[in-house]
Design a protein around this ligand. Structure first.
Ligand SMILES: Cc1cc2nc3c(=O)[nH]c(=O)nc-3n(C[C@H](O)[C@H](O)[C@H](O)COP(=O)(O)OP(=O)(O)OC[C@H]3O[C@@H](n4cnc5c(N)ncnc54)[C@H](O)[C@@H]3O)c2cc1C
Length: 476
């Protein structure tokens, strides 16, 4: 990749300057999710003699691969094997249980490392800002997912699953994951959630989107899984599919395939009996929530009916109220700034950056060339993954983005944009209760041992104190 970007002459010159020093580049990566591990992997390979610390808020690594990806999709979690190889490289240190913004500042990191990469993800959620959003049992999908996936701090969420109907606002894959977990037989879910879900009386899950079937955000794989779910019927609203079939021949391929699948399922739905379980998955299109109704606890959602104008959902004067006992907003995650020195765009919810280099300020118009690096960029400060791009895309998207940013980091070292003037000490760890990679391995072994006893792959620990206790017995 390096060769493709620079002409050969330039490579030689740059390499001489870079190798002219004996100082080892010391890099800090903040956040041990996919973005953190992929940037580390690339830098290890392309920047000789560099040393990397991966600093993580939790005692355990892997971010949303551990706490987001659905527990019935274990194959997605195989990326953990690659991340483990990276973490076990002698040039890498994992420092868990250390949080930027709480245990140390960005300034401290910048003084102690030649380069800092922010990869701490997007851990909040968007709100709808409509009346009664704080009623009991109006939650976010982020909280619900964190609860069933055992993220520390969410074990007492206690969603009330005693009603028969649940509403998911939003039609992305996260919403479909939640629908599937609620309507299916359960797998390797954290014990307390497994127990609660096995007592759940929810039979109907509405998946509500503001636009139509042709704009649905879920992907075909996720839809197929729902359609194949045993003991669960899918019911579409016929009116939502007005004129949809005739557009199919002109659709681009992925959209065409998913639309064909929806239309086929719609055509077949009359023949399917309601299963004995009474479970039903009901996608609903062209509706935007405008009000939550209930006294104390949510009882219904009021929607405005939308019409599509040039692909945009515009409200009409029609309203519809649909009863529900539990609501999860699934309208996206949101990153936050955890340190005042991070140049952050609150509106977009991401670090202000250009191709991963953190900007001193937002670039406008003619500024948008990358010439005057020193004027425009915070030298040696980068961001990748959901924190940099906003919370969209799958692990593969995050990998591509992170490899690209890591390549920029390597080039900035090699071109002397980041000057290796003196060696850097790295984070001062004295007196800090951090978890090393061996500490994580001890936690991992304990989770696997607890899981074996229950016939599961693992039983996740959710108490941070217990994790720290187990990790503290591991040798470094
Ligand atoms: C519910 C859900 C399900 C998904 N399912 C799939 C799927 O099936 N397949 C797929 O390909 N993609 C899936 N994705 C997308 C995938 O998870 C993301 O693309 C990816 O995790 C983004 O990586 P990241 O490193 O940017 O963020 P994250 O994975 O969020 O990692 C950020 C890390 O930073 C840490 N951190 C946070 N704050 C601090 C701090 N202040 N200091 C230090 N560390 C900090 C966090 O604890 C975390 O470990 C899913 C996403 C969600 C939300």
């Amino acid at each position: 990749m390096f060769r493709k970007i620079f002409p050969t002459k330039c490579v030689v010159k740059v390499a001489q300057r870079y190798y002219g020093t004996t100082v080892r580049p010391r890099i800090c990566i903040v956040g041990a999710g996919p973005a953190g591990f992929y940037t580390a992997q690339y830098i290890l390979k392309h920047l000789d003699n560099s040393d990397i610390d991966i600093v993580e808020k939790l005692p355990v690594p892997f971010g949303l691969v551990r706490f987001g990806v659905a527990p019935d999709h274990p194959e997605v979690k195989n990326v953990i094997n690659t991340f483990t190889k990276t973490a076990e490289n002698p040039r890498v240190r994992f420092l868990g249980n250390l949080s930027l913004g709480k245990d140390f500042t960005l300034q401290e990191l910048r003084e102690r490392y030649h380069a800092v990469l922010l990869t701490y993800g997007a851990e909040r959620d968007n709100t709808l800002n409509i009346p009664n959003e704080t009623l009991q049992n109006v939650l976010s999908a982020r909280e619900f997912v964190a609860w069933y996936n055992g993220l520390p701090g969410f074990e007492n969420l206690n969603p009330d699953l005693s009603g028969e109907s649940m509403t998911l606002l939003g039609q992305g894959n996260v919403a479909v994951d939640v629908a599937r977990i609620v309507l299916s037989s359960k797998t390797d879910i954290t014990e307390y959630a497994l127990e609660a879900l096995s007592q759940s009386r929810i039979k109907t899950v509405h998946l509500v989107g503001r636009r139509g079937p042709l704009q649905a955000a879920f992907t075909i794989k996720e839809l197929r899984e729902m359609l194949k779910l045993s003991n669960c019927a899918t019911k579409w609203r016929v009116d939502d599919f007005d004129h949809v079939e005739e557009t199919i021949p002109n659709l681009p391929r992925p959209r065409k395939r998913i639309t064909e699948l929806m239309v086929k399922s719609l055509a077949e739905q009359e023949q399917h009996k309601t299963p004995n379980s009474g479970r039903c998955f009901q996608p609903i299109f062209f509706r935007s929530p405008v009000n939550f109704i209930g006294t104390g606890k949510v009882e219904a959602v009021e929607y405005v009916t939308n019409k599509l104008v040039e692909g945009r959902a515009l409200p009409t004067d029609q309203r519809e109220t649909i009863a529900t006992d539990l609501v999860c907003r699934s309208i996206g995650y949101r990153a936050v700034s955890v340190d005042n020195h991070i140049n952050f765009d609150d509106r977009k919810g991401c670090v202000i950056n250009a191709g991963g280099r953190v900007l001193k300020q937002n670039l406008t118009g003619s500024d948008q060339t990358i010439d005057d690096i020193e004027d425009k960029y915070e030298i040696g400060l980068y961001a990748s993954g959901w924190l940099a791009t906003g919370p969209t895309g799958v692990i593969l998207t995050t990998m591509n983005n992170s490899f690209g940013v890591a390549d920029t980091v390597c080039r900035d070292f090699k071109s002397n944009t980041i000057r290796l003037k003196g060696s850097r000490t790295g984070l001062d760890l004295s007196g800090r209760a951090y978890v090393s990679w061996n500490g994580w391995k001890a936690i991992d072994s304990e989770e696997i041992r607890l899981g074996e006893a229950k016939g599961k792959l693992r039983e996740k620990l959710t108490c941070i104190q217990t994790m720290l206790q187990i990790a503290s017995n591991a040798s470094d």
